[in-house]
Ligand binder design. Structure first.
Ligand code: ADP
Ligand code: 5GP
Length: 217
């Protein structure tokens, strides 16, 4: 049915950059996948990495897997929005795709660590929304890392050591979710996204909408 009035969804807005960080195993990949599946108008930024693909990971979908030489070339050509070394491997966000999505008013979801988040914060300021995911406890985090079945015991131990370092950056984030129940955490994440989409300063179409309205009064 045609309507001759405007709703909230019709107002043009700038796309936002939605960052999820957490210690490994806290659940950000699970939450990111569900959010992308269930929400419109948001897509995942696919990072570039020098680490080897894990079983089941697809090149171009989970990561763009590259050699150290290729990664260095991307840095030199200024093709990365941010990059960092995590667990001895390099990870970075290719610029072009993110910029294209944002131009179209689409939101972009990032699964990046605190170093990348700091770099994005310096570059983009208020277009960035930062969410930190915490596990409900240390034993739960360890169980999740083991239960995921992707890493041997040595790697799990190393990830637990790294977790404290990652968690120490929690206060640099705008929101913090304690991921106990996955569905509840997803619902909290959606609430954050929906509220941030309504922020006045992102809604570039609002001033002309209001101006027109006032003129007609
Ligand atoms: P991350 O991306 O932060 O490393 P994952 O999303 O891979 O973490 O989650 C680690 C493991 O914990 C996975 O096996 C996942 O299915 C499980 N998991 C994630 N969130 C929850 C939750 N809220 N309750 C129970 N298991 C969870
Ligand atoms: P994993 O190897 O488990 O997929 O990821 C290890 C860590 O690297 C996670 O904390 C993840 O958030 C981070 N990471 C993944 N991609 C990027 C990226 O493009 N930039 C930065 N800075 N960190 C990333």
């Amino acid at each position: 049915m045609n309507k001759n009035y405007i709703t909230s969804k019709d107002i043009e807005r700038r796309g936002l950059m939605f960052v999820l960080s957490s210690p490994s195993g806290a659940g950000k990949t699970s939450l990111a996948k569900k959010l992308i599946d269930e929400e419109q108008n948001i897509s995942m930024s696919v990072s570039m990495t020098t680490r080897k693909a894990r079983k089941g990971e697809q090149n171009g979908k989970d990561y763009i897997f590259v050699t150290t030489e290729e990664f260095k070339q991307s840095i030199e050509k200024n093709e990365l929005l941010e990059w960092a070394e995590v667990f001895g491997n390099h990870y970075g966000t290719p610029k072009t795709e993110v910029e294209n999505q944002l131009k179209e008013g689409r939101d972009v979801l990032f699964d990046i660590d605190w170093q990348g988040t700091q770099q994005l914060h310096e570059k983009v300021g208020q277009d960035l929304v930062r969410v930190f995911i915490l596990p409900p406890s240390v034993p739960v985090l360890e169980d999740r890392l083991k239960g995921r079945g992707q890493d041997d015991e040595k790697v799990v131990k190393a990830r637990m050591k790294q977790a404290a370092n990652q968690i120490s950056h929690w206060a640099e984030y705008d929101y913090v979710i304690i991921n106990d129940n996955l569905e509840e955490s997803l619902s909290e994440l959606k609430s954050i996204l929906h509220a941030e989409r309504l922020k006045r300063e992102r809604r570039i179409g609002l001033s002309s909408f209001v101006r027109n309205m006032i003129q007609k009064m």
